[in-house]
Design a protein around this ligand. Structure first.
Ligand code: ARG
Ligand code: ZN
Length: 844
């Protein structure tokens, strides 16, 4: 069954109040619901249908009288009065058997829930749609030491706890947690003086890993008050860490539930990247309290309304807490690695999709990350002041409502007076625009002529021109900036912009700060790129110039068998040695483009990418760079060593990122000496991890891998690193076999999404390893997906995207992938989730 945006109709009833009682039992939990319904005056054609899946209905009553509803696999319908009435039902569910991790399930003996998007219907019968909002009273009965739900605590005693959430919410924000948990407590006083109790709840043994998350939470609360004027609105804010979780985290009202990998942190067990991500996700979930919870989505097609905006907000937060340029470059790397392949392949869909079979398949990089880019463009077009004014109007006008993208756009139109009809194309038309540019210089006037074109995407052949904010600057050949960053507003398919009064032809710096999610193609010489890499004042375009050089060199190596470009090698050498440059920036310049990115660049030029050749070029380049720097590497390496206690801040992280890059090069020429020493003396996971990665990559890390295992075998999150690292660093021809043998390791379990992703995600990311010509990578992934699907459809379906780029490759590889996709599709009883993904990938 396919659901369409155009088919939206409101529910025939409003819910005035929900009361729930949970009688917890691992295999037979009873859920009693008492729900006050009233006919919705806005609807004439009413049908009383409540969603419900995998529920055993024990009894149902309306206004106290027993009823016999018509029950199907997806819900129930029933004759109801045409005046307000009280619905009561008792159902039985089996949390222990719930391996899909959706609804109420158990993780390490603890009860927890995940309801977004449509998990509440696996808890009880309910109109499980985001536009039905109500207050909830919850009573939990059980022997668990800690029993939590949304809102403020009510009465509690021997064997029970009550919770009251005064803020009307959709069912997807419902949460319940019960178990033997410990808390890391703190307090926060809001700007208006409200005292809030904060807790991070964890399993015994993890209590030492909460402090960083708690600081991140308090920083987030302060930041949202200062920047968006938004305060917290309950007496308590609880966070719970759960080991078995399909996604990163969930913003349930007053009770955020986190994948433990996204909240637990300690210097010994977490890398700098982990710390940064944890800080960002804590902020993200907290920010949802206003952008998601107080103002929610009318239906799931509007998912980007809350996700795009909240990702944008968490990116602003990280930029403020750490380094804005570093965060921007990291985000662009991510966008290109995850969203561009999606937007340019069989899974392409608009930021606001118009049809789906399984909504869980649309929690995508397009909805989240491109959705955030769209907000960033809007802000750049209207300016900061107008943006925050519009946001104030949004919060005032729509607080307590379930909204649409139209509502969002209207807020900006009303508060700025702009017509945003064309801008809306960003929400409705999929695909990454290609932006090309020509330059001319005559009589002191410099002209940039841009052309935009968006290629067709599945189901969308025609594309209209988009509004593209293009941030540009102009430099003189001696490196002075003659035009500071200026935003050009492109609205036509082809459009020129002129700048007057130049004596010499300026050098353009285009798409500063990556002002739009487009693919910019521009004929430019290596010399000019090297100039920008040395002199651009905008950190993003400066980094980008290096990236372009790297790509061009790599492509020439693959296609023509060229040697590494000497201009580029020289530029890198002088940058790495430039102690005035931010170490984090130097590390980013040293990070090579991914092999998958090169494969895409080749495909865009009409060349069929050969994964082995791309891998060999990457190796040759790194080896050449290491050799050309050999005299200075030991000195450079020594300069990246941080003395004293580990601090997970941007400064330390930047130095350690550079340390990892330099160590990677050094290991290529010193026989692994420096990495071995770093591994032995490491006092934090960042440097221990990078040392082990370098040694494994050099195939000199067996002893260290064993030692790492023995040291950390009882730490689930560190073991995920151990599993992943072996696959990530494997030589391509060995990667599938290594991944295969890891799936047979005693500590491997297919039921834990983190562990599954550690191995299979790492295989999919090992480009040449996954794409081994014999098809062994494809076969292994398909085997694992077929095994996982009956247990956990959501995680299976997400991992199918590893195949989304298949049309790039040669006929032999395509045949093998097609066969695996067909094998998955033919699996008996395949989930709706996986079926939808595989069908879409195959159909292109
Ligand atoms: N709303 C959550 C977040 O972005 C993600 C939850 C998605 N869960 C799912 N099953 N699709 O913070
Ligand atoms: Zn979110």
């Amino acid at each position: 069954e396919t659901f369409y945006l155009k088919d939206y109709t409101p529910f025939g009833y409003v819910v005035e109040r929900v009361e729930l009682v949970f009688r917890l039992s691992p295999e037979a939990t009873r859920v009693l619901s008492k729900i006050r319904f009233a006919p919705n005056p806005d609807v004439s054609d009413r049908e009383f249908f409540l969603h419900g899946e995998k529920l055993k209905l024990i009894s149902a009553q309306i206004d106290g009288a027993e009823v016999a509803p018509n029950v199907t696999d997806t819900g129930l319908s029933c004759e109801v009065p045409d005046t307000p009435f009280t619905w009561e039902a008792e159902v039985e569910i089996n949390p222990k058997a719930n391996t899909a991790l959706e609804g109420l399930y158990m993780s390490n003996g603890m009860y927890c829930t995940q309801c977004e998007a449509e998990g509440f219907r696996k808890i009880t019968y309910y109109p499980d749609r985001p536009d039905v909002m109500s207050t909830f009273n919850v009573r939990i009965e059980g022997d668990e030491k800690v029993m939590l739900s949304n809102g403020n605590p009510g009465e509690s005693g021997e064997g029970f706890a009550e919770w009251h959430d005064p803020w009307p919410k959709p069912a997807y924000l419902f949460a319940l947690v019960a178990g033997d948990l410990l808390n890391h407590p703190d307090r926060f006083t809001t700007r208006s003086g409200k005292d809030v109790e904060l807790n991070i709840w964890v399993r015994p043994g993890d209590e030492g890993k909460c402090a960083f998350g708690m600081e991140a939470l308090k920083k987030s609360m302060t930041w949202d008050e200062e920047v968006y004027g938004r305060e917290y609105d309950l007496d308590v804010f609880n966070i719970v860490a759960v080991d078995d979780f399909n996604m990163g985290a969930m913003e349930n009202k007053g009770l955020n539930i986190f994948n433990s990998s996204c909240v637990l942190a300690s210097p010994e067990t977490s890398t700098d990247a982990n710390f940064e991500r944890i800080e960002a996700i804590i902020a993200h979930e907290y920010f949802h309290n206003w952008t998601g919870n107080r103002i929610t989505c009318r239906d799931w097609f509007q998912l980007c309304l809350k996700e795009g905006l909240t990702v944008y907000r968490d990116a602003q937060f990280t930029a403020d807490m750490r380094s804005a340029p570093v965060k921007r470059i990291e985000d662009v790397i991510e966008l290109r690695a995850r969203q561009f392949p999606e937007d340019n392949g069989p899974l392409a869909h608009p930021v606001r999709p118009e049809a789906f079979q399984e909504i869980n398949n649309f929690y995508t990089a397009t909805v989240y990350e491109k959705g955030a880019e769209v907000i960033g463009m809007l802000k750049r077009l209207v300016g900061d002041e107008a943006y925050y004014k519009a946001l104030d109007l949004y919060f005032n006008r729509h607080d307590g409502q379930a909204c649409t993208i139209e509502d969002w756009i209207k807020v900006f139109e009303d508060s700025t007076g702009r017509d945003l009809a064309q801008f809306k194309n960003w929400y409705s038309q999929a695909g990454t625009p290609r932006l090309s540019v020509d330059e001319s210089f005559e009589d002191g006037t410099y002209t940039l002529t841009f052309r935009q074109k968006t290629p067709p995407t599945p189901g969308q052949d025609h594309k209209d021109p988009k509004v593209i904010p293009i941030a540009v600057g102009l430099l003189t050949p001696t490196g002075d900036e003659v035009l500071p960053t200026t935003v050009l507003e492109m609205t036509e398919a082809e459009q020129s912009f002129s700048f007057e009064g130049f004596k010499t032809r300026p050098i353009p710096s285009i798409l500063r700060d990556f002002s739009a999610p487009v693919i910019l193609t521009r004929d430019s010489s290596a010399k000019e790129r090297a100039f920008l890499l040395a002199h651009d004042t905008d950190p993003f375009t400066r980094w980008e110039a290096g990236r372009e050089l790297a790509k061009a060199s790599r492509i020439a190596m693959v296609i023509d068998g060229a040697s590494p470009d000497s201009n580029y090698l020289e530029a890198l050498q002088s940058l790495v040695r430039d102690d005035h440059l931010d170490p984090a920036f130097r590390a980013l310049v040293l990070a090579p483009p991914t092999e998958s990115e090169i494969a895409q660049a080749l495909a865009d030029q009409g060349v069929t990418p050969d994964p082995d050749a791309i891998h060999d070029a990457a190796e040759t380049f790194a080896q050449t760079l290491a050799q050309s720097l050999s005299d200075s590497l030991p000195r450079l390496f020594a300069a990246t060593l941080v003395d004293g206690a580990y601090v997970p801040d941007a400064k330390g992280a930047g130095l350690r990122a550079l340390n990892g890059r330099i160590l990677g090069l050094l290991t290529r020429i010193d026989g692994g000496e420096a990495a071995t020493k770093q591994f032995e003396t490491a006092n934090n996971m960042t440097v221990q991890n990078s040392a082990l990665a370098c040694l494994l990559k050099a195939e000199k890390g067996d002893a260290q891998s064993q030692a790492f295992f023995e040291q950390w075998q009882d730490d689930r999150l560190v073991m995920d690193k151990w599993f992943g690292l072996q696959v990530a660093t494997a030589r391509p021809e060995r990667a599938p076999a290594i991944a295969q043998s890891l799936t047979e390791h005693p500590l491997f379990t297919i039921k834990n999404p983190n562990r599954f992703r550690a191995v299979m995600g790492a295989l999919a990311m090992n480009h040449a390893g996954f794409h081994q010509a014999d098809g062994s990578g494809y076969r292994l992934l398909a085997d694992q997906l077929i095994a996982l699907d009956p247990l956990n459809p959501q995680t299976t379906a997400r991992m199918c995207s590893a195949f989304q780029t298949w049309k790039r490759y040669d006929a032999g590889r395509q045949d093998k992938i097609r066969a695996e996709l067909k094998r998955i599709k033919a699996t008996e009883g395949l989930s709706r989730d996986t079926n939808e993904m595989v069908s879409r990938i195959l159909d292109a």
